[in-house]
Design a binder for this molecule. Structure first.
Ligand code: PMV
Length: 343
């Protein structure tokens, strides 16, 4: 039983119909189906070795090779236990993981991270799991991670139980040349994690109204993607992102010993961009936005409009000196894969 090692890469994904709220916390079963695109510019690479000499799991964050926090390590260990149980082994692992993008700013690093870990662990232990089984396992690590296993345009079926809550690709990365310019307006980690955000949703009086709109929205977004109908797609996804944030902002909580009216993930720059997008469309630029649980604004446009959107963003950024925005340009990407020669 030597050489239990594998390296995997997985990309983050951006949901157009969002997962916000769970039916079952432990199993990470969502309240609704969601639809996403795998993001080419936001990747996690994870190398994993199960070694008999280790007395605990060790997680190192490359490139600095810093030891991960105890909390993160515990979450990784709990995930690896699922694979150890399946393989019937008790060895601990050394994990080295690296992101090509900042964490905690509205690009789901937990999605790419747990997808890469899932594939690497399954390969290192020779488990021969199907793509569907991998998505189920990735979901148990972090809900949206299940959508980072398949390729391109992906739907996560909410399901009734663990086995029926899985993700599948309904169109490949080459299906539609959409671009997503992710404008990272703040690098600080967000104050309210998405795990906490999910748990707060039922406090919002608008959560049930949101859920009522979702079946129709899901159909509309899937159809718009399949028919490459950019206007319907854009209008639906912009409304959808706001629906999530309206629920978040009206889910009261306690922070620092004080009552807070809701979870605010925006910064002033976020709102400035959302308003600018409305103007850019009036100026004839085909662009819509979506947001995850963070201040990053994801600008969605056809490939042909990337130049116009980039200069519009640069113009807005230049209005206030000293702004250090970072723009990641994404296209639909392939799903998680193994890297032949370990890094
Ligand atoms: O998988 P989590 O717990 O990080 O939740 C992700 C939540 C959103 O990114 C806001 C929406 C989504 O569907 O990805």
């Amino acid at each position: 039983m030597s050489n239990l090692t594998a390296t995997a890469v997985a990309n983050a994904n951006l949901a157009f119909v969002k997962y916000w709220g769970k039916r079952d916390d432990a199993l990470r079963l969502p309240t609704n189906n969601s639809i996403s695109m795998t993001l080419s510019a936001a990747q996690t690479r994870t190398k994993l070795i199960f070694e008999s000499a280790l007395d605990a799991d060790h997680v190192y964050l490359a490139p600095e090779n810093r030891l991960a926090s105890p909390g993160f390590t515990a979450r990784v260990s709990a995930h690896l236990d699922r694979f150890r149980d399946l393989a019937g082994i008790r060895r601990y692992a050394e994990i080295r993981t690296m992101n090509t993008f900042p964490a905690g700013v509205g690009i789901a690093s937990s999605a790419s991270g747990f997808a890469a870990l899932t594939l690497a662990a399954s390969a290192a232990l020779n488990l021969h799991l199907s793509e569907r089984q991998l998505t189920v396992l990735a979901r148990l690590g972090s809900g949206s991670a299940c959508r980072s296993i398949p390729s391109g345009w992906v739907e996560w079926v909410a399901g009734e139980d663990s086995e029926s809550s899985f993700a599948y690709s309904f169109a490949g990365p080459d299906h539609w040349p959409i671009r997503v310019l992710s404008v990272i307006v703040a690098q600080e980690e967000k104050q309210i994690s998405s795990t906490d955000g999910h748990a707060l949703t039922r406090r919002s009086p608008f959560f049930s109204a949101r859920l009522e709109t979702l079946p129709a929205r899901l159909e509309a977004v899937r159809r718009a993607i399949l028919e490459r109908d950019f206007v319907t797609f854009g209008q639906e996804i912009e409304q959808e992102a706001l629906s999530l944030h309206m629920v978040a902002m009206t889910s009261p909580l306690e922070t620092g010993g004080a009552w807070q009216s809701g979870a605010y993930y925006w910064t002033p720059a976020t709102l400035e961009l959302l308003l600018a997008v409305q103007q850019w469309r009036r100026d004839g630029v085909p662009v819509y936005f979506t947001l995850d649980a963070g201040p990053t604004v994801h600008l969605v446009c056809p490939e042909s409009a990337v130049g116009d959107v980039r200069s519009a963003v640069a113009g807005l950024q230049a209005r206030q000196p000293g702004r250090a925005w970072q723009v990641l340009e994404n296209q639909p990407a392939p799903g998680a894969s193994l890297v032949a020669s370990p890094a």
